[in-house]
Design a protein around this ligand. Sequence first.
Ligand code: SF4
Ligand code: SF4
Length: 344
Amino acid sequence: MNKRPRMKDRYRRFSFLSDVEGMKNALGEMRGLFVSKQPVLNQNARRIKQPNIPDEKWFIQTIKHKVANHPDNAMEYPFYGEPIFEDPLIGFVRGSDPIFDQFQKIIGPHHFTPREIMKWQADNNGVVPPDADDISVVSFVMPFTGRTKQDNASAGDWVAERWAQGRLLGEIFSQTFVREIVAGLMDQGILAVSPDATPIFNKKRYPRVGWASPWSHRHIAYAAGLGTFGMHDFLITEKGCAHRLGSFVVNLKLEPNRQRPADIHAHCLQYQGVSCLKCAQRCPAKAISSEKAHDKEACYEKVAASLKYCNTNYHIFIYGCGLCATGVPCESHIPEATIKKLPG
Ligand code: SF4
Ligand code: SF4
């Protein structure tokens, strides 16, 4: 369980100073600081033929079990007792998939390929880095609860409290349970790494794509066939776009279990020629338009300003918004009109 003290009966006082885990989470996300020590590869287990090598089914069951039963999938005051996330979606993509080279061209050379991040972990443990085809990425989508979506859909100018809290605690929960899985695999002698829980993870402003991280869970989830991008840049999945995403890399050959649409906007009404732009109407910063789609800089300004708002009003150290992902046709499922257009 994470070390953040659960607030059961009251708000934390002076949250700008006292929400230490919130601050650590923000610094981890932006600067790669305060990440936990990496689990060490069990070299003895590596030499023995393992009887139970985890397969696709194991990863799906394990992640679903974590989300359903983990004590950290839990909100705190004033929503104490509620879960943060509902049943997740899980997908796989092989490290040798050519899409990762395309990401380096489209997003930029700063974006890690699975082999690059795995090499970092292999070097740390003094073993030979595996070939790209012997590596897989496990990607997952954790939908927010109906109450969280409803609250944010009712909010107009600033993120709702349930969404903001879910974003903070959800990130901590996600990192905690991925770390548990990665540590278990490393103990079994299987190299594994959670890229956003390494000191080389940090967000920066890049000339081509603006604010970006070297490991985009969103792009990874697209690569794994879990969804496609909307006008708002959120990933529209079969459970909608109001979610948190995560992914990690393993030295196992896992078979992709979902078909990836070639069109990266296949599930967005507007991109498919069906008039919508409901996300643009929801955005208080006017950061979405038919001409420019998602203006990341305008969005960033609004989201950055929400840190003070959340701190003052919700007593937590987090920024967030997601107003364009709630109260819209793609919030909780793929819009019907775009499903009809998909091949097969
Ligand atoms: S609200 Fe409409 S235009 Fe915006 S991302 Fe969703 S489907 Fe696309
Ligand atoms: S996250 Fe907020 S500021 Fe950014 S585009 Fe969506 S509604 Fe606008």
